[in-house]
Design a protein around this ligand. Structure first.
Ligand code: UT7
Length: 329
């Protein structure tokens, strides 16, 4: 049996600069009304020109350590698909800047499912005996890869980071990760992608997404994946207190909640303030929901994500008593 792995701390970091829908509508053929009603987003944060995803990751990771009352971790896993540099992975530098020493550290590339994939990977590191504690960070700056002139994508994404500190514990403790489900389908590789050098000349390699197709597939896979972890935990839909889906679209969150049959108030939509922050969206939503009193210690909680690859995944836990630390840079 794998050892129990427990969430001990939660931290976030958002860039201080906010861009609201009205501001976007001044430069794009869009409107506050379209963006709010089609997506649920009112504003998003933007990394400063010359700003760094590694800075966001260090700030969120440090916040998670403080939230857990710790100064060290035995390993670091960083979920990002918008790294400052293609090579090397950002994680070793983030670990070094956090004072973690020469711990194993690497990036996970699973687009918007990155946080759930990184959680499962970190759990595996603890199960393998490589580490007793792992800092899991998700940090993104999609504003760097979306075409600012493309209304179909520029309005959706925001920048930000979130992190959790995991360590070995017992299955009875609140915060223990009770079940995982991960999935992928490479036949959908072109539905969400940034072209490579062989496909597009430099300067034209923007993020593209087949919105409608992704929407339909996301509802299907998130629903199926969340139901699998609920079944593993023997949780009925009515007994789930918090469903925390990847924050891409409020209508997706609503549709998934309806299909699974969880109470509407259990489905946490925290999109309005920060938009779609890709891998960072689940930890940012967790911190915001807890601050707003919508996520309480003891809550039966299902995290579920869908993104490019295609990739998807879910995790289940009983939410622990902790105090998130939120920062801005
Ligand atoms: O994070 C990874 C996973 N991603 C997702 O899960 C995203 C899934 N997809 C979605 O959330 C939605 O498909 C979008 C929000 C991206 C788009 O919403 P939609 O309701 O599916 O719109 P659509 O793409 O079908 O477009 C409907 C219309 C089109 O105009 P016509 O062809 O009907 O005249 C678009 O050109 O809306 C138009 N449109 C816009 N209009 C105003 C697209 N973007 C905008 C915009 N402002 N920003």
């Amino acid at each position: 049996m794998r050892p129990a792995v427990v969430v001990r701390g939660l931290g976030t970091c958002l860039p201080a600069t906010e861009l609201d829908n009205e501001e976007l509508a001044r430069h794009l053929d869009t409107s506050d009304e379209w963006i709010r009603t089609r997506t649920g987003i009112s504003a998003r944060r933007r990394i400063a020109p010359g700003g760094s995803v590694r800075d966001l990751a260090v700030a969120a990771g440090g916040s998670a350590l403080r939230s857990a009352g710790r100064t060290t971790a035995d390993a670091l896993v960083l979920a990002t698909t918008t790294p400052d540099r293609p090579t090397p992975a950002a994680a070793p530098e983030v670990a070094q800047r956090l004072g973690l020493g020469t711990v194993p550290a690497f990036d996970v590339s699973a687009v918007c499912s990155g946080f759930v994939y990184a959680l499962a990977t970190a759990t595996g590191l603890i199960a393998a005996g490589v580490a007793d504690s792992v800092l899991v960070v998700a940090a993104e700056a999609y504003s760097r890869i979306v075409d600012p002139a493309d209304r179909a994508t520029a309005v959706l994404f925001g920048d930000g980071a979130g992190a959790v500190l995991l360590s070995r514990g017992t299955p009875e403790e609140d915060g223990a990760l009770l079940a995982f489900d991960l999935g992928g389908d490479g036949s959908g590789k072109d539905l969400i992608h940034v072209p490579g050098p062989l496909e597009q000349p430099a300067g034209e390699r923007w993020f593209t997404m087949s919105g409608r197709k992704v929407y339909l597939r996301a509802v299907e896979e998130i629903t199926g994946s969340a139901l699998k972890v609920m079944k593993d935990c023997a949780w009925s839909p009515g007994s789930v207190d918090a469903l925390v889906p990847h924050q891409a679209n409020a209508r997706i969150i609503q549709a998934v909640a309806d299909r699974i049959g969880v109470p509407q108030e259990a489905a946490l939509s925290e999109l309005a303030r920060v938009g779609n922050t890709a891998a960072a969206s689940i930890p940012l939503a967790l911190a915001s929901a807890q601050a707003g009193g919508r996520l309480r210690p003891g809550a039966r909680t299902v995290l579920t994500a869908f993104g490019g690859g295609l990739s998807w995944g879910s995790a289940a836990l009983v939410w622990p008593r902790l105090t998130p630390v939120s920062t801005e840079i």
